[in-house]
Design a protein around this ligand. Structure first.
Ligand code: ARG
Length: 588
């Protein structure tokens, strides 16, 4: 379906053309004076200069042309030259009915689907997920869902941090604790056990212990670095251990992400990029892009127009070791080879912005990523506590994601049990759904690049601009529908009727913005635009609900019309929250 604004604009534009003015003056926008009209066109003001006429004269001519147009209830020319437009109730109802008949609710499917790879999550193996990983997961998952809904082939890749010193540290600590394990026997030639020699609990304790020791004990750090080197250069026992570390860790990560309604098509890691490094480096050298500077191999990425200094991209350290950069570039190599994506989107902490500028430029310069593949960095801000500092536990430590989620779950559970409307099992399940909406909406409703305050009280409230408020509105609709159906009534082939009240019309106007809101969110990679839309939509519905006696309506046709409108609103809200990555319970 065409966007409603586009339909209006077509009419207004042709009126301008009919009056002998250029089509560019027919631009229409949503009114900034809703008390006067719903849409407005300011084109006559601009046209006045070109045609040397008073704006009101032009506006009046165009207005005259639009008088008999069935799309509009009224079009007025107002001094100094505005066109104030109000839609006809009939037209708006037919737009809503068309939406209701379309399973995509009027959102067109893209004609040329693109392959879009989205790099998000970015957890580090053997380290528990902490709140810092929450934003990447939530925002990335939403951008992926929006891209898919628009019609693209979106592929999420978790890009595990599974390479580097942290692995050497774990191996070193493990060797100290259990030197008898076969992995440490250089003469061992048999098969390695399939069972890991540690649990996730142990692994999560081993890593911080080892990391702490390495900071105080230089010899220990040496050892860990040596172990890292051996792991990366073919030590079979260590590689078998890496396999175990990955397995145990990934199983745990998957469980955590599942609890967040987040999933990935690809579970690739930094280690998967390693085989691509040697050829990539050779080519950079052969093409003359990479050169030795102070022992290290670097590629210059500064550009003349830079206003701040962009340092060279370091490819190999002087000891020949690869870096975070190298891995990201080599990851692009396999992404291009295996998927040839049209876009690659990175959802990463905004503090890595300069780093990605370097990596993107280097990828372009060295030809790893061609010009026609888009590279986008969606940098997100910090999630802060109420004190305005990065979110911490009460004791001041780093908050584990699991802990945060379970605390919000418990809070929601208590709230729901206070209402005493459901048994414990249902309350637990419902609490989980509502809690997730609180966490995700609390995050997504902010522009990603901004820092925000994780305010538990506010996010979990059933009122205001929150996830639970949106769910509450959907649950209210579900309950009205149930009541209607319990009376043995069905809407059958009933239609949404032309609005009979202000609040009903406002609701239809909000509904009609569904397709344009989602398009905007996709184009700007901005899930917060969907939050803003559904908040307006939920408000418009609740207003309508308070002013309209739906169940007490005696005229069956009118009542069925209300129910059709309600169903469409529910579908729109449910589709949107799915794009945000959460869902509504039956009751709450
Ligand atoms: N593992 C990294 C971190 O914790 C994030 C990875 C982001 N993605 C990337 N392609 N570099 O900081």
């Amino acid at each position: 379906m065409k966007e409603i604004l586009k339909l209006i604009m077509e009419e207004v534009t042709s009126a301008f053309v009919d009056c002998g003015y250029d089509e560019k003056y027919g631009h229409v926008s949503i009114s900034n004076r809703p008390d006067l009209c719903e849409f407005q066109c300011n084109g006559a003001m601009a046209a006045a200069k070109e045609y040397k006429k008073a704006p009101i004269v032009i506006a009046s001519e165009v207005c005259e042309k639009l008088q008999d147009n069935a799309m509009f209830k009224s079009v007025e020319a107002c001094p100094p030259g505005f066109l104030n437009i109000t839609l006809a109730e009939d037209f708006l109802a037919s737009y809503a009915n068309e939406m209701a008949e379309d399973e995509r609710l009027g959102m067109p499917q893209v004609e040329n689907p693109e392959t879009i790879m989205i790099d998000y999550g970015g957890p580090n193996v053997a380290k528990p997920l902490h709140v810092g990983h929450l934003r990447s997961a939530i925002i990335g998952e939403s951008i992926k869902r929006i891209s898919k809904f628009v019609g693209h082939n979106a592929i999420g890749d978790v890009h595990l941090g599974d390479w580097g010193l942290q692995m050497g540290l774990i191996i070193t600590e493990l060797r100290l604790r259990k030197p008898e394990l076969v992995y440490f026997d250089p003469d061992y030639t048999g098969e390695y056990p399939t069972e890991a020699p540690f649990t996730i609990g142990e692994l999560e304790e081993i890593y911080p212990t080892a990391s702490g020791k390495s900071k105080e004990d230089a010899a220990y750090k040496e050892e860990a670095m040596a172990a890292t080197y051996e792991l990366q250069h073919g030590n079979k026992g260590y590689q078998a251990l890496l396999g175990h570390i990955l397995n145990v860790s990934v199983t745990d990560l998957k469980k955590n992400y599942e609890n967040l309604n987040v999933s990935f098509e690809l579970w690739k890691g930094e280690s998967d990029a390693q085989p691509y490094i040697p050829d990539m480096v050779e080519k950079m050298k052969a093409d003359g892009h990479a050169y030795i500077s102070e022992g290290a191999l670097v590629v210059d990425v500064k550009e003349e127009t830079d206003t701040k200094e962009i340092p060279p991209c370091m490819i190999l350290k002087s000891d020949g070791a690869s870096l975070y950069n190298t891995t990201d570039l080599a990851t692009m190599v396999w992404r291009m080879e295996d998927y040839n994506p049209n876009q690659i989107i990175y959802v990463v902490d905004k503090r890595q912005e300069l780093y990605f500028t370097q990596v993107f430029r280097c990828a372009r310069k060295t030809g790893i990523v061609p010009e026609n593949t888009g590279l986008h960095f969606v940098g997100f801000g910090t999630m802060n506590g109420k004190d305005g500092k990065p979110f911490k536990t009460r004791e001041g430590g780093v908050m584990r994601l699991e802990t945060l989620v379970s605390e919000i779950n418990d809070k929601m559970y208590q709230k729901i049990m206070e209402n005493k409307t459901m048994d414990e099992e249902e309350a637990r399940k419902t609490a989980k759904m509502v809690a997730l909406s609180a966490i995700k909406y609390g995050d997504l409703s902010n522009q990603a690049s901004k820092d925000y305050i994780f305010d538990v009280e506010r996010f979990t409230s059933f009122e205001g601009n929150t996830g639970p408020y949106i769910l509450y509105t959907i649950v209210r609709m579900k309950s009205i529908l149930n009541k209607y159906n319990e009376l043995g009534k069905h809407v059958a082939d009933a239609k949404i009727l032309p609005a009979a009240s202000e609040s009903e019309k406002s609701l239809m106007l909000e509904l009609s913005k569904f397709n344009s809101s989602i398009r905007g969110a996709y184009e700007e990679l901005a899930p917060h635009k969907i939050c803003a839309y559904i908040y307006d939509l939920a408000n418009a519905f609740n207003h309508f609900y308070h002013e309209t006696r739906i169940m007490a309506e005696e005229d069956e046709v009118k009542q069925a019309g209300y129910i059709c409108l309600l169903k469409l609103t529910k579908n729109a809200l449910e589709t949107c929250i799915d794009l945000l990555g959460f869902e509504a319970p039956e009751r709450m």
